[in-house]
Design a protein around this ligand. Structure first.
Ligand code: NI
Length: 222
């Protein structure tokens, strides 16, 4: 099978698999990440085949929806690609990127090992910030029954993946625990540039939200 056919088949597979997924991690999230990853990957002269496959499969079995098990995603992706006869080295690279990609808490940042990984991570992070990041934060929080904000629950910078997974939080806290940190974590030039504007928009949004609700959100202790 040629590369285009593999990508095409993977698109259909991911669309089908994520059909029931709520708005923060649905096919449209994957599609945006895929497109931005190709854009950034082109500028970075990355291997676009690896970039596209990793972007398409990065949330195929996210630990957030699989009882916290972060080994499922890379395994499902590998099985899919091996089934299509994709080269073992490519499969290995793609599943490594997926394994390293997921956010594990503010103090447990994962360094991506290849330029392809850095590209996909930037594309995924871009979709977590700006207007779309705001929309996704509330969609995800809503799906988990979280409050929009609750001044009794302070935001926390989580020291471990377990702490991050188990903590009770709110959608607004998620900005302070993750989303506002992302602009300084971008890997590529294009990623950094695109993140600036999105970051400013989130700050404006939080300002406006505090004014309208007549509250002051608590900042996390560092
Ligand atoms: Ni994602």
């Amino acid at each position: 099978m040629n590369r285009d056919a593999i990508v095409e088949k993977t698109v259909l597979y991911v669309k089908e698999t994520l059909q029931q997924q709520e708005g923060s991690h649905d096919w449209l999230h994957i599609e945006r990440v895929w497109k931005n990853a190709v854009k950034i990957g082109t500028a970075e002269h990355a291997d676009l085949f690896v970039v596209e496959l990793a972007a398409l499969l990065h949330d195929i079995a996210d630990h957030k929806y699989h009882g916290g098990d972060e080994t499922v995603g890379p395994r499902v992706a590998s099985e899919w690609l091996l089934g299509l006869g994709v080269d073992r080295a490519v499969v290995q690279h793609v599943s490594q990127i997926i394994a390293d990609l997921s956010f594990k808490g503010a103090h447990t940042k994962t360094e991506m090992k290849s330029i392809e990984g850095k590209v996909v991570q930037d594309a995924d992070r871009l979709d977590a910030i700006g207007a779309i990041g705001i929309a996704r934060a509330f969609a995800y929080g809503g799906s988990k029954g979280q409050a929009i904000y609750d001044l009794e629950i302070p935001p926390r910078l989580h020291a471990s993946f377990n702490e991050y997974k188990q903590a009770k939080t709110t959608s607004v806290n998620h900005f302070y625990e993750k989303l506002l940190l992302l602009k300084d974590w971008m890997n590529t030039e294009m990623g950094k540039k695109l993140a600036q504007e999105r970051h400013r928009f989130m700050e404006q949004f939080l300002q406006q939200l505090q004014t309208e609700c007549d509250v002051e959100f608590v900042q996390p202790e560092r």
